[in-house]
Design a protein. Sequence first.
Length: 137
Amino acid sequence: MIGPLLFLAAAAADHGVSPLVQPGHAHRWLEAQNDDKLTGWIDQAWRGETVIDGVRYKQVLLRTEAKGEAPMVADVIAAVDCANAKMGMQRLVIIEPDLGADSEMPLDGLQMDVLDTSRNPGDRVLFEAACGTGGAR
């Protein structure tokens, strides 16, 4: 069982240090989702907080690999509203196919979506990583 987990973490590491963190950062990727559409990892070694429009958000760093007709690897800083179990993408960089060194996709504000922690294991892992081990409301 450990062998496949190491392979999956290595797949996230294959893309190097995220341009969303300081150079030399040592990622510790934890797989949060793996299905036929997407593989997603959470960096256990990076956390942040931010305040947007008076609301405090926890931040987590995600690496996602979209599968299918248009495969893509992207790094995302997600902002998590722990009190309301909501998440939005704050920053997004497409790693592969490469758009150029450190090129970031513009996001139009912070669009918050409800985390489905009762049915979606990826949402539950993301919420717990950002907010601690307590359950979502």
